[in-house]
Write a protein that binds this ligand. Structure first.
Ligand code: TXA
Ligand code: MG
Length: 324
């Protein structure tokens, strides 16, 4: 089992830094999901991330920095869009894909000539990066293609045998992985929807067109449509669609309610108030709690696809066995 230390506790960060400097990996909190970090310029340590997660090496990682000045270590061009976006959304759940500096090891970017970077909002994440003095490459701290962890305990349950230390910074407040925006070309492209919505980005980038990439036709490695999946099959359900007659072995995952009547084995709502941020923050913990309880199926209600609902539906779609 890994040791779980409260990130705020005395000595916790320095133990994490010692491990990172030795070329080891450490799990740490961010406001989106927990990350599994390694020092970015240590290719061997980064290789360990792929080993622990059993992640294919064609899936590039996100690099976490504490200050915008750290961008110079990672990218060759800091175009003016970055400053406008950083002012509004950094620190925060927005990842920018930029031209890669040659010193960033290829294993970080899966051989691409671009690098994905963000400044996390979680103060413990930034404190760790500052204490290390180097950017931290980190994917979500879950086994490849499982649901991302939003609590230290989630990491312990799945990766606890493979890593030494998990820094605990409480439950991730956003609960969905960051929005990924590519700035490699003149027109910006959203590669993954997240808490920072297309409308938010448009309000800063003005006329710059934003295209939503289809997850079924990945233009970048890692944008696979089957991702974040629970072991219990999850099916998407639109209100008013017919439901199976016997629901006694089915779990219902709804947004706001009301819960459709029936003899559900279990039912849960993500936000009785119909509040998107609350639903996003709860989603992965609820999926984990429903998974592995022996339900035949999880029937998940479709969310309205506007604003943050787009990102939540994206994760449900990737989890679902029936894409709709
Ligand atoms: O919120 C987050 O982004 C979390 C926390 C830990 O920061 N991290 C995260 O990492 O979700 P991960 O590995 O689960 O997802 C990273 C995704 C990859 O699937 C990959 O497609 C994309 O980022 N990515 C990374 N580098 C890229 C690049 N150069 N070009 C396009 N996509 C890239
Ligand atoms: Mg992930």
């Amino acid at each position: 089992m890994a040791r779980i230390l409260k990130a705020q506790d005395k000595g916790a960060l320095s133990q994490a830094v010692t491990l990172l400097k030795q070329g080891d990996v450490v799990a740490f909190p961010t406001e989106t999901v927990y990350g599994l970090g390694a020092s970015v310029f240590n290719a061997k340590a980064v290789a360990r991330i792929f080993e622990v997660k059993q992640r294919p090496s064609f899936d590039p990682l996100i690099v976490h920095i504490a200050h915008i000045s750290d961008l110079a270590k990672l990218t060759t061009s800091v175009d003016e869009r970055i400053h406008r976006l950083a002012e509004c959304f950094w620190p925060g759940p927005l990842t920018l894909v930029l031209p890669k500096h040659p010193r960033v090891p290829d294993i970080v970017t899966a051989g691409l000539d671009t690098v994905a970077v963000r400044i996390p909002a979680h103060p413990d994440a930034r404190a760790l990066i500052e204490a290390l003095g180097e950017p931290i490459a980190a994917p979500s701290a879950n086994p490849f293609s499982y649901v991302s962890p939003t609590q230290a305990q989630h990491v312990q349950e799945q990766l606890g045998n493979a890593i030494e230390l998990i820094l605990d910074g409480g439950a991730s407040q956003v609960g969905l992985e960051s929005t990924i925006l590519s700035l490699v070309e003149e027109s910006s492209v959203i590669l993954r929807p997240g808490f920072v919505t297309a409308e938010d980005l448009r309000s800063v980038l003005g006329d710059v067109p934003l295209r939503r990439i289809s997850t079924d036709k990945p233009s970048a490695p890692g944008q696979l449509s089957k991702h974040y999946a629970t072991q219990t099959p999850l099916v998407l359900w639109r209100p008013n669609e017919a439901l199976p007659k016997d629901l006694s072995d089915q779990a219902y995952l709804g947004f706001q309610g009301p819960i459709p009547s029936g003899n559900w084995a279990h039912s849960v709502l993500l936000s009785a108030e119909g509040n998107f941020p609350e639903a996003a923050a709860a989603l992965f913990a609820v999926l984990r709690a429903l998974d592995g309880q022996g339900f035949k199926q999880i029937i998940a209600e479709c969310m309205p696809e506007k604003g943050l609902g787009i990102a939540i539906m994206d994760r449900l779609q990737r989890c679902a066995v029936n894409k709709i």
